[in-house]
Design a protein around this ligand. Sequence first.
Ligand code: PDD
Length: 284
Amino acid sequence: MRTVYVNGAYVPENEAKVSVFDRGFLFGDGIYEVASVLGGKLIDFPAHMARLHRSAGELGMRFTVSDDDLLAIHRELVSRNNVDEGVVYLQMTRGAIDREFTFDTEKLTPTLVLFTQSRALIDTEVAKNGMKIVSIPDLRWGRCDIKTVQLLYSSLGKMEAKARGADDAWLVRDGVVTEGTSNNAFIVTSEGAIITRPLSHSILPGITRAALMAYCAANGTTIEEREFTIEEARGAAEAFITSASVFVGPVISIDGVEISGGKPGPVTLGLRKTYLEESLKRAI
Ligand code: PDD
């Protein structure tokens, strides 16, 4: 049985408790991070914690735990649960108080929950064979740059993708692709240009996206930040996604249109290799 962390205590997963009045449960008033683990070490960890601080700041949520403690909790859970490959999920909510829409943040103690999920991340079906994408309208709220636990639309989007025989969905707003349900979207043009849309309130500033861009910049590969339509994506030479749990994931079809001959493309596979090599060097 897994050991999980709840508000200062390490407990067996079936004994972990959070209040029914928790604002994360009642209002989706919570933020989260997912950091991957490779060889028992955390990938892109400082950047994930920096984004957690940013999310808390944007929502005016108190931050009552130190970065050193957060690292120690992550490491303790990885160790207690013998995670070699997998993820650590962290959720922080504004806290628990009787149900009112308004709140006094200062009177609330944030709820902090972490747990691990062991699973293969490198040798996966998606890495080998790629993923099929369908497009759906982006009907999420206007602050998708904050990593909140309000994931219902993303969850339903993935369900719709599965129902349509695909693996995931890309979201389209005002005629352009914003991002995937839980990942950032990229295309490679027939001229070899690698493109992803610029950051804004419409997308999550992905940690994997930022790390990949930095590694590419360092080795002289340009990633261009500009918007692209779903039609352009369907006609692209290659397409891929980035996220903490998939890293760089090849896309092999969009809305039933085959991309890159229906198999992972060479540029995508090269970027996956670069990301894994560089992020492993920095794993802690
Ligand atoms: N999802 N966009 C959205 C909407 C996301 O939910 C995520 C991450 C990303 C990629 O961000 P990063 O590279 O920092 O993981 C982009 C996580 C993995 C999840 O919800 O499980």
